[in-house]
Structures are given as C-alpha cells and as structure tokens.
Design a protein around this ligand. Structure first.
Ligand SMILES: [Zn+2]
Length: 103
C-alpha cells in the first residue's frame, strides 16, 4: 500500500513523501517537473504568438498602394498624380493659377 501511494504521489505530483532518505530525490523530481512545465508553457506561448501573427498577416496583408497615373500640366509641363491635377476642358493643370494663365 505504501509503495502504491508513493508511485501515485510521483506520477500525480502530489505531496506524498517517502521517509527522509528519499526526500531530496523527490524534491529534485518536483523541480524538474516544474522546469518542464515552464518550458512547455514557453514553447506554447511562442507557437501561439507566431500562429496569431501569421493569421493576422494572412487576414490583413500589407497593401501596396496602386500606382497612379501621372498627368502633365498644360501650362508649365510639370508631372503630377492625376488625383492632384486640375482638369479643365480636357487638359490637366498643376494649380488654379496655371489653369487661368492657359485660357
Ligand atoms: Zn503648372
């Protein structure tokens, strides 16, 4: 019965301790178990972190902005993105002053 209790104590990690001669051995075994637990918790945390990061990257990939067409100012010839140009009578201008000058 005593042997069974000590085996159970070992495998379950409960506080059962054999008489003094093996006290140190049990204590060491407990320490190793705690070290293993910490190690696996760390491994689990790292794997989880990497997984979550990959999942985020997969769900929201970094977007590279679409290249925008460039247009040329009909007055001064400077090139600028189409969205920043001023369209007047089918021609683009870099600013309102050049649009007025061109008329
Ligand atoms: Zn211009």
């Amino acid at each position: 019965m005593r042997l069974l209790a000590s085996r159970l104590g070992r495998s379950l990690g409960t506080g059962y301790r054999r008489p003094k001669d093996s006290f140190q051995t049990l204590d060491l075994a407990f320490e190793r178990r705690v070290e293993k637990l910490i190690f696996w918790l760390l491994v689990g945390y790292i794997v989880y972190t990497v997984y979550v990061r990959r999942q985020k990257e997969h769900d929201h990939p970094r977007r590279i902005p679409e290249p925008e067409d460039m247009v040329r100012c009909a007055q001064c010839g400077v090139h600028l993105p189409r969205s920043e140009g001023i369209l007047s009578r089918g021609e683009f201008f870099c600013c309102d002053a050049h649009r007025k000058l061109h008329q």
